[in-house]
Design a protein around this ligand. Structure first.
Ligand code: ZN
Length: 521
């Protein structure tokens, strides 16, 4: 038996004790309120243990260089609050940009140069389960999450279900197998006493138990079964033909269901049901993994379903929850009980474009990774105008909207780092298809059906026809991404278009562009 199977089994066996204690929405709301009130104190205590007690750590070095002592930090936070203190720290060089954080480039400040290892920021106690996210090109970053960390991830779900008046509905997952989102939501819902009724997968490595992730899941299921708790096993509901899931929902959830998924997958499901003449029960979609645009939201809501955006990443955990009186399609309240967020403009590409990058800081004692002004590659706008919704009543006044990534494109919940696509345009595609890098460009584009696709523009100088170019690009994707690539291709998300690549306003050509970002400010 592999070490991964054994550690997952150990984790699975340790879970059920926690699963038996159901987490009521009353308690969840009280915890959110308590942790919001204690956020400044919690932050200072985390800094005591993760910065000032670890002199060899990256943060201690950055604080030293910025000449910010423990006493000085206490006085900054006491006088101006957490966010202003974080802004001041960022201006003194106390932050990690995405390349430094993920170990893609060395951290360089005057008088300091070092290579980061993101695992130095882990804070896990007891059994944990590893989750993967994209790291430097070609390798994944592994973030172990312990049970207190998973409970923190789960802790806002009872409040979500209560605010959406959906506490009585069954939960049905729609995530690929394997996928971190599938695992995370399987465990998180189980931890609040809402074990999902089913897990449908828009793409599945078959048989599912034959991969490292499958083994992890099998061990988890075995561990829980030992204690009489039955977790669902994934079953296929093909992204292009998810009618199996639609039919299952009609049969088993006539009153409706809560379906956590990716935005694009929800759209595929709704379209497939419509095409097949199937009337789905009313679904409350909890959606993340991809930006929610006005068109995407409307496409789903016009069919009688509800859309609730939520936002998280493996490294940060849950970040924000959909506003219940939204003015914009992805209005979300920052979960200020556990995270602080500031915006710092930064140049993001060769065209010199500046974007409002978000920097996150962990505040909660159960955070499984300690982040202090860490960039995640996302940008957004923030406002604090009153909305009157229940999140605001808890104290969470800061809302994020227009959340986009400035360093990756996301299709069907799969992130493709822009640098990888640039490399393809600069090296591999011209060498296989002819022409020069100036003849190619990738663009992320939303179609009239609400589905996001990846378009490869190939100029007139390229000698091959579109079908051949598509075949070659699909091969390159397959080699690079395996599961994720197959998923993207499976969704038929790549289109080759014969056209001259578009230039930026300053006349530069970018290898990768998005038509889905707002205007930079
Ligand atoms: Zn609101």
């Amino acid at each position: 038996m592999s070490a991964l199977f054994l550690s997952s089994l150990r984790f699975g066996l340790s879970l059920p004790g926690k699963l038996r204690v159901s987490y009521q929405s009353e308690q969840a709301v009280n915890d959110l309120r308590r942790d919001f009130a204690g956020r400044a104190q919690n932050f200072l205590e985390l800094c005591d243990s993760e910065v000032f007690s670890r002199p060899a750590g990256v943060y201690a070095k950055l604080f030293n260089r910025a000449e910010v002592s423990r006493e000085r930090l206490h006085s900054m936070v006491g006088r101006h609050g957490v966010e202003d203190a974080l802004m001041e720290l960022a201006s003194k060089g106390v932050f990690l940009n995405i390349d430094e954080f993920k170990g893609r480039k060395p951290l360089v400040r005057s008088g300091l140069r070092m290579m980061m290892d993101a695992s130095d920021l882990d804070r896990v106690n007891g059994p944990s389960i590893p989750f993967l996210s994209s790291g430097s090109s070609g390798k994944s970053l592994e973030t172990p999450i312990d049970i207190p960390g998973l409970r923190l991830l789960a802790s806002c779900i009872p409040a979500v279900l209560r605010f959406l008046e959906s506490e009585h509905l069954p939960v049905v997952l729609y995530y690929p197998m394997p996928s971190g989102s599938g695992f995370m939501h399987l465990i998180a819902f189980s931890l609040i006493g809402k074990v999902p009724s089913a897990w449908f997968a828009q793409w599945m490595k078959s048989p599912w138990w034959r991969s490292a992730s499958g083994m992890k899941l099998a061990a988890l299921i075995k561990g829980c079964r030992f204690h009489g708790i039955s977790l669902p096993t994934p079953r296929l509901a093909d992204i292009k033909h998810p009618t199996a899931m639609a039919e299952w929902l009609i049969k088993h959830c006539p009153e409706g269901a809560v379906v956590p998924s990716f935005t694009g997958s929800a759209i595929h499901l709704v379209h497939a049901a419509k095409r097949a003449g199937i009337r789905l029960p009313p679904i409350v979609f909890l959606l993340g993994g991809e930006p929610i645009t006005d068109r995407k939201r409307r496409t789903i809501e016009e069919e009688g379903h509800r859309v609730f955006p939520w936002y998280s990443s493996v490294e940060t955990g849950r970040l924000a929850m959909g506003c219940l009186s939204p003015r914009r399609p992805d209005d979300m309240h920052l979960l200020e009980d556990r995270i602080a967020c500031i915006v710092r403009p930064r140049t993001v590409d060769a065209g010199g474009e500046e974007r409002p990058a978000l920097l996150y800081t962990s505040l909660h004692p159960n955070s499984y990774k300690f982040l202090l002004n860490v960039e995640t590659g996302d940008e957004a706008a923030i406002d604090t105008e009153p909305c009157g919704c229940p999140w605001e009543a808890l104290g969470f006044r800061r809302r994020l909207f227009n959340v986009r990534s400035f360093e990756k494109l996301t299709l069907e919940g799969i992130s493709i780092v822009a640098d990888f696509l640039s490399e393809m345009v600069e090296e591999e595609i011209p060498s296989h298809c002819g022409g020069t890098p100036a003849d190619y460009q990738f663009t992320e584009e939303e179609g009239p059906d609400g589905v996001t696709r990846l378009v490869l523009s190939a100029g007139p100088a390229v000698p091959l026809d579109s079908d051949r170019i598509k075949e070659i690009v699909q091969d390159l994707f397959d080699k690079k991404f395996q599961v994720a690539g197959a998923m993207v291709l499976h969704a038929a998300s790549i289109i080759v278009r014969r056209e001259v690549p578009t230039l930026t306003r300053s006349g530069k050509m970018l290898a990768v562009r998005s038509t889905m970002r707002g205007k930079s400010k």
